[in-house]
Design a protein around this ligand. Structure first.
Ligand code: ATP
Length: 562
């Protein structure tokens, strides 16, 4: 068979180094048609086509020479090179003699087109559709995956969509964290496809809003998810990245107790001494999740991600409700800044956790806790676990049987009635405090009752956006001995925070829930309403007001569809 004109360079290069027999496998199995495609080829891929390591070294050398004059013209190289985070960690190659170009920003894996079979449609986003898939490894093993394919119009992919797609690839290929969705590799086919770890249980938002008989998620599990999220976000911060689209719709359930941060389409590297990314053009942003500075100036930072973390927390505890539903996007900034309004405390959310959310919503970015600090605050605000010591059948009380696990949402030593979630029925309600004892501490870190402290009071040092090392003050700490003795919950010291979060301008949660301007009062005289951005993709149906333009930007055109 005659070689295609466009891949003659490959045949020549291989002939020069006496490896012409690999021309077809490289072309057809690895899908390499241009020199820059070798950026995505791993030694394992070449092993897979039977090329030995000495031959691979010859190939790498030849490629280096071939590419020395071409680098600046490579489109993939340009795009990925331009977008790849500067802090990329380079792992030493397993074979120290190997010098394929993967360390120049190479992908985790180039996957041959035929190795991935696409199945059912999982959803669609801005620039692609996501299918369930099966990836057959060279060993013959099959791995369930999710495949995101670049949406291609009749005239091929639009430049910005291709750029966004590759940007997402370039960001994801450098990330490795237990709670960040993993990119397996890229298929350089038509269309381009991202092969990702499959999250078989779908998005957290879908789980939160699943109708009965699906039971609500236990409060303790939501707290676990928050801790996983804070850990993943702290990791992204250390990589110098801002996510900008943190929301329960972008948290995927890899297992019933594991979430993964996904959707890196809006991720950007942080720049400058202030560690910010400022939007340079008209782009829609998820308004109701955004920090005031993002709405005002298009400015994003780790601190604006922390704000979004607070909104995500709110979503989790309100069963996936839409934040600021009913408030037009153009009024949200006014509510946040002029009225100092904040989302109200959801019934499932303890006051300690709500105080933590309020810290995330501090008006000034520098006053918000960092993600690494949040991990500690979450531990301190963890709802204690108890166990029911008698059947509770009183009218109006949460029904419980002896031995039922109970997560305490609200309680104080002065009150005879407590609020909690029955871990067997998942129902939430009030019950006599005397009916519950604290569970033994220390079995599982996720359920261990920990030092109770006000997140509002706990953090004193907030100067830096990231990496602050302030220590929380401990107050009213139940002794470990007391916990071991299963002391009735009533006798424990106060669990709750009386303080108001500095900078929030809101009263503390001791007596009353923080004052939030009721939404019905928010409907002031409306300015003429600009048309909202609509997204044509099925995944966004019903979420019309999720996305809107940053107020500083014109509405002339959108690079993305929403
Ligand atoms: P955007 O338009 O900002 O990209 P999106 O999150 O809706 O938003 P995608 O990331 O393309 O778009 O995902 C589309 C849908 O596919 C989502 O609803 C998500 O639940 C599902 N999905 C995406 N990745 C996976 C995955 N790895 N495993 C399972 N489902 C996934």
């Amino acid at each position: 068979m005659l070689p295609e004109a466009s891949s003659l360079w490959l045949l020549r290069l291989l002939r020069d180094i006496q490896l012409a027999q690999f021309y077809r496998p490289i072309l057809e199995e690895l899908n390499v048609t241009r020199p820059e495609h070798f950026d995505f080829v791993r030694p394992e891929d070449l092993d897979g086509i039977g090329m030995g390591r000495p031959a691979q070294r010859r190939l790498a050398e030849a490629l280096k020479k071939h590419r020395s004059g071409l680098k600046s013209k490579n489109w993939v190289y340009k795009i990925l090179g331009g977008f790849a985070p500067e802090q990329k960690e380079t792992t030493p190659p397993s074979d120290s003699h190997l010098s394929l170009p993967e360390r120049e920003g190479g992908l985790k894996c180039l996957i041959p087109d035929g190795a991935v079979r696409r199945g059912e449609l999982l959803g669609s986003g801005c620039f692609g559709v996501v299918h369930r898939g099966l990836w057959t490894l060279p060993s013959g093993q099959s791995v369930p995956v999710a495949v995101k394919s670049l949406r291609v119009g009749p005239e091929g992919p639009v430049g910005t969509e291709l750029g966004d797609f590759l940007r997402e690839v370039s960001i994801m290929m450098n990330l490795e964290h237990p709670h960040v969705l993993r990119l397996h590799g890229l298929v350089l086919g038509q269309p381009l496809q991202m092969v990702m770890e499959l999250a078989p249980l779908g998005s957290l938002h879908a789980r939160l809003t699943a109708p009965a008989p699906t039971p609500p998620l236990p409060v303790a599990l939501l707290c676990l998810f928050l801790r996983q999220l804070a850990g993943a976000m702290a990791y992204l911060g250390t990589r110098g990245l801002v996510h900008r689209d943190l929301a329960t719709r972008n948290l995927l359930l890899a297992s019933p107790r594991t979430i993964k941060v996904a959707d890196f389409g809006l991720v950007r590297p942080l720049r400058g001494a202030r560690g910010r990314y400022v939007m340079g053009g008209p782009r829609p942003i998820p308004y109701a999740w955004c920090a005031p500075e993002s709405l005002r100036e298009g400015a994003f930072s780790s601190a604006s991600d922390v704000w979004m973390f607070g909104v995500t927390l709110w979503e989790m505890f309100s069963g996936g409700e839409e934040p600021w539903a009913g408030v037009p996007p153009y009024l949200i900034l006014q509510r946040l800044e002029q009225d100092r309004a904040r989302l109200p405390r959801p019934p499932l959310c303890s006051r300690a956790l709500y105080a933590l959310a309020l810290r995330c919503w501090a008006p000034h970015p520098a006053d918000r806790p960092s993600f690494s600090y949040l991990e500690g605050l979450l531990q301190e605000a963890w709802p204690p676990e108890g166990r029911c010591v008698r059947d509770v059948t009183e009218a109006g009380a949460l029904r419980m049987q002896t031995g039922d696990p109970v997560t305490i949402i609200e309680g104080s030593p002065d009150s005879a009635t407590w609020k909690g979630q029955n871990g067997r029925t998942f129902k939430v309600g009030s019950f006599p405090a005397s009916a519950v004892t604290l569970a033994d501490a220390g079995v599982s870190p996720a359920t261990r009752p920990v030092h109770r402290v006000s997140p509002a009071q706990g953090e004193r040092h907030q100067g830096s956006v990231d990496g602050d090392g302030g220590k929380a003050k401990m107050r009213d700490v139940p002794s470990a001995r007391a916990q071991r003795r299963n002391v009735p919950l009533q006798r424990m010291k106060a669990l709750l925070s009386p303080a108001s979060p500095p900078g929030s301008g809101l009263p503390g949660p001791r007596e009353n829930p923080p004052t939030v301007i009721p939404w019905e009062c928010l409907e002031l005289a409306k300015p003429p309403s600009p048309p909202e951005t609509s997204c044509p993709t099925p995944s966004c149906r019903g979420g019309l007001r999720r996305w809107s333009w940053a107020c500083t930007e014109s509405r002339t055109r959108s690079a993305r569809q929403h």
